[in-house]
Design a protein. Structure first.
Length: 231
């Protein structure tokens, strides 16, 4: 099946590289442009299925780029910005933006937003694919609720399984503890990071050769945790 294409327009070259890599890991084709003019040219050339557009850029800002895109296309747009002001969000939605993400953000959460928009707007072909994550002899079959290590079935509790899946959805990038809490326990538990620490230890005790010196579930100090499944 055809791979969905994401066009990222942002003058932050580091973000272009990291976000592009995360999207590619998630199974998307990625095109990038570092300013608004180049972004419009890429829109014509690449014909993307969704556009990720930064607000603050030189030459032509994101608002103007968004206006020009909407003059010729109904392609879904996600605006990226460091501004969280409600008026800016209303301005974006008024221009026809589909979603609005404030920096800094979690790559796993961002990819989930891309997937949701594509599924809703364009019928994303990846939404029907089996969700399977694998690497370092670990296999996580999300739909079958099954985890195996070195070919051996690992029995996890429902909470342990949800936490492992939330880590896997980070595609090798750190997942903030607060996001893990929200996805696994719910927003009403925000701030109760001891839940995460306890269940991370339980997962490590079942999946790591040495839970004290983990090689699979890595602590990212000051951020959260990362599932290192890369071979």
């Amino acid at each position: 099946m055809e791979c969905r294409k994401v066009l990222i327009i942002d003058d932050d070259l580091s973000l272009l590289r990291l976000l592009g890599k995360a999207l590619e890991k998630a199974g998307y084709d990625v095109a990038v442009a570092s300013d608004g003019v180049a972004g419009l040219k890429s829109l014509y050339a690449e014909q993307p299925d969704i556009v990720v557009l930064d607000v603050m850029m030189p030459i032509m800002d994101g608002w103007e780029v968004c206006k020009r895109i909407r003059e010729i296309s109904k392609v879904p747009i996600i605006m990226l910005t460091a501004k969280s002001d409600e008026m800016d969000k209303l301005k974006g939605f008024g221009l026809g933006v589909d979603d609005y993400v404030v920096k800094p953000f979690s790559f796993s959460e961002f990819i989930a937003r891309v997937r949701t928009i594509l599924s809703r707007v364009t019928g994303d072909v990846t939404s029907n694919k089996p969700r399977i994550y694998s690497g370092k002899d670990l296999l996580i079959d999300v739909d079958a609720h099954r985890v195996s290590l070195d070919g051996e079935y690992i029995q996890l509790t429902p909470t342990e399984f949800r936490l492992l899946v939330a880590l896997a959805e980070g595609y090798g990038y750190p997942v903030p503890s607060e996001l893990l809490i929200s996805k696994v326990w719910g927003d009403e538990y925000i701030g109760e990071t001891e839940h995460v620490k306890r269940y991370i230890w339980l997962l490590r005790s079942k999946l790591e050769k040495d839970a004290v010196n983990p090689e699979l579930i890595i602590t990212e100090r000051g951020i959260g945790y990362r599932l290192a499944m890369e071979e």
